[in-house]
Design a protein around this ligand. Structure first.
Ligand code: NOJ
Length: 712
């Protein structure tokens, strides 16, 4: 922020009454039925921001933005009639697309293609900006190990590094080169912090997180988002080890601002200030407001605690005027950065929706993960095919939770397959009754079962305690198998489902997530070999629900029970293997890749050199040894072999997705320096310890070629 803007902010502040200042910290719901009421509040300087949502569970609602003329008129009142003339900032959840529906974030992360992720968010930003939205409540970068948690769909999965890269791509996409440029909107990194650790996968539940784990696991994506310039941060509903985040000065000021260097403004989640009463740390709403503002929470989302009580609290001496001033300044800085003072009104942009659909197609195709293939895929378009299962003709479910209402544009899996499969016979059984499937499958060589879970069991406040594929869906596969058919499962889901009991009945399994508007076409193109699958799991797939939490970056246990990394003499469970069904970073292709010749440019380096910015360069040759051109994501993991604190057996520190033609070899190089080899110690200091580090490069977290390097 330049000095001139700071001067303007100080001048504005000097003219504002306390009431007007508090208005800037107040976000209210845009209620279409009370436009006059909103105008009145804006005119009186009581509002700093509008949120476009109809309920606390916006991810499940269908919502149409009001006409631009309505928004511009309200903005005109803010600029011309309110006492301080400060424009409003309009916020909305733009989670995985606006009009164009992109795959759910967990799927987009599984593309491991951050360029495409950035383009997707850019497209969403342009579409949203064109309708008067200045600010998106995304990206959600809560690391989570619990697929029972409905909100895992909104995250980039279980890995701090991947989530950090995802955060950077999303922030860059939303905010563009310049936040004030047309088509850019402010990003909001959420939910700060630890929400993904909700106990038992129960939404809004408590969390128990040590500082060590917080810094090494939950904070890294936020650190990246802050570095990438995220304009805002949303606080989470949960407590961390007994202290609600919304009232934690340690989290909101000491960590977020002093340690991570965040300069934007924070906003509470929906009524998260008021809920401090329910969490048992505040007596009444006034108390809630007092705790939150003193913790460093700048804007209050919809519960009006600030607007009702801050004035009194300042007058009582319970809140310093300086704390209010600081919060207002932070809000104003972002309003300046977004360009609202120069261009408060929205003009329709010339949005290229066709281009956005093409991006949606590309990322949908790259996010689909081939989990199993006994050689049945890709299909030949002359095959006699029978399609069945609840997802065959679905539109809404493919869009997932937090989707725009425009799901009517979605080509269903059935329509997309019909378009390709024009020479063979094509039968479709939309019933989920095995008997009816029998009638349709007689002439088929191949049965495609498009199954999975509805978007209605995913998202906010929609956790599951059982994440296996439903029995009636497995029954369809069993029926097809009984008739001697080849069975291909296309699973559309918002979470990694537990597939151990279903897997034996499928010859191939394609995990298509909730893939957005273009999911159907992407699925059909992969089934028929027009596209070579290249997605990799951004989260571990458990065998059974009871294995949860199961994640790859575990530390070694003292006894040989590290099931994730091989079945050993002591198993985790008597009734289930300890290893995952599919590990993190896993995904097959129609071609095969060979990893060979791992090398490091230097075997040893002093800690001083490393601190001075010198890096190890580890390279590997990846050869496409199969019959298709294809993309491969090479992944680089490290293990700090002996350290003061226990470190994970594998930690992702880099990935590269590259196209490799048949027969071609590509050399892939990873640079590992101080940032990659270090961790936050028990005192919160970032350190690299001397000693040996194992570097694994491979196609997933379990299969890799290893080399050892030494820091001395
Ligand atoms: C509650 C959700 O937790 C949050 O992610 C969302 O941004 C707000 N509601 C606003 O809709």
């Amino acid at each position: 922020m330049n000095g001139e803007t700071e001067k303007k902010i100080d001048e504005l502040l000097a003219l504002m009454t306390l009431k007007e200042k508090i208005g800037q910290l107040n976000q209210i719901i845009f209620d279409i039925h009370d436009i006059d009421g909103i105008k009145e509040k804006v005119r009186n300087g009581e509002v700093g921001s509008l949120i476009f949502a109809v309920s606390a569970f916006a991810g499940h609602d269908e919502y149409q933005m009001p006409e631009l003329s309505v928004l511009n008129e309200i903005q005109r009142i803010a600029v011309e009639e309110s006492p301080s003339g400060i424009p409003l900032i309009n916020g909305r959840d733009v989670i995985h697309g606006y009009k164009t529906g992109f795959p759910i974030p967990l799927a987009m992360a599984s593309s491991f293609n951050m360029e495409l992720v950035e383009k997707s968010y850019r497209a969403a930003a342009e579409e949203a900006a064109s309708e008067g939205i200045h600010w998106s409540f995304a990206p959600m970068i809560d690391v989570s190990n619990d697929p029972r948690w409905g909100r895992i769909i909104e995250s980039a999965g279980e890995d701090p590094y991947l989530s950090g890269q995802y955060a950077v791509a999303a922030v860059k996409g939303f905010q563009g080169e310049q936040l004030s440029a047309p088509g850019s909107i402010a990003a909001c990194a959420k939910h700060y912090i630890g929400y993904g650790a909700s106990e038992g996968g129960r939404d809004y539940h408590r969390t128990e997180i040590s500082d060590y784990t917080l810094r090494n696991k939950y904070l890294p994506p936020f650190r990246e988002a802050v570095k990438a310039g995220a304009a805002t941060v949303m606080t989470s509903f949960n407590d961390v080890s007994g202290q609600p985040v919304a009232s934690s000065r340690y989290m909101l000021t000491d960590l977020l601002r002093s340690e991570l260097g965040f300069r934007g403004f924070t906003i509470s989640d929906w009524e998260a200030v008021k809920q401090l009463m329910r969490q048992g740390v505040a007596e009444d709403r006034k108390d809630c407001a007092c705790l939150a503002i003193n913790a460093g929470l700048d804007m209050d989302m919809v519960d009006l605690c600030y607007s009702d009580f801050l004035e009194e609290l300042v007058n009582d001496g319970k809140v310093d005027m300086a704390a209010v001033d600081e919060a207002v300044k932070r809000v104003l800085r972002i309003k300046f950065a977004v360009g609202l003072f120069e261009h408060p009104y929205t003009k329709k942009l010339d949005v290229d929706y066709d281009k956005h659909m093409r991006i949606a197609y590309e990322i949908a195709a790259e996010s689909i993960v081939l989990l199993k293939n006994n050689g049945v895929l890709p299909l030949c378009k002359n095959s006699n095919i029978c399609l069945a299962g609840c997802m065959s003709d679905e539109q809404k479910a493919l869009m997932g939770s937090w989707s725009s209402p425009e799901y009517e544009n979605t080509v269903t899996i059935k329509n997309a397959i019909e378009k390709i499969c024009n020479t063979g016979s094509f039968g479709c059984c939309l019933s989920s009754v095995p008997y009816e499937l029998q009638q349709t499958l007689r002439n088929a060589d191949i049965v495609i079962l498009a199954i999975g879970e509805s978007e209605k069991v995913t998202g906010e406040a929609r956790s599951l305690c059982y994440i296996e594929l439903p029995e009636d869906q497995i029954k369809l596969a069993k029926t097809a198998k009984r008739f001697g058919k080849k069975v291909v499962g296309v699973i559309c889901s918002g979470r990694p489902m537990a597939l151990e009991s279903a897997e034996p009945y499928f010859d191939a399994l394609l995990y298509a997530w909730h893939g957005g508007n273009m999911a159907g076409e992407a699925i059909a193109d992969i089934l028929f070999g027009r596209v070579c699958p290249s997605g990799k799991t951004a989260v571990t797939f458990p065998r059974r629900t009871g294995q949860v939490p199961i994640y790859y970056n575990v530390s070694s246990s003292g006894r040989p029970v590290n099931g994730y990394y091989g079945e050993e003499e002591i198993n985790n469970y008597e009734d289930c293997l300890g290893s995952p069904m599919y590990p993190f970073g896993y995904g097959l292709s129609y071609t095969t890749f060979k990893y060979s010749d791992i090398k490091c440019n230097i075997a040893e380096m002093s800690l001083e050199e490393l601190r001075g910015g010198k890096c190890f360069e580890v390279s590997i040759d990846v050869t496409n040894t199969g019959k298709y051109d294809g993309k491969e994501t090479a992944q680089c993991y490290i293990r700090d072999t002996v350290s003061d604190m226990m470190r994970p057996i594998r930690e992702l520190k880099g990935f590269k997705k590259v196209m490799i033609k048949c027969g071609e070899t590509k050399k892939i190089i990873f640079r590992l320096g101080f940032d990659e080899l270090g961790y936050y110690d028990r005192y919160g200091a970032f350190a690299v310890e001397r000693g040996l580090f194992e570097i694994f490069i491979g196609p997933n977290c379990l299969t890799g070629t290893k080399i050892t390097i030494c820091v001395d």
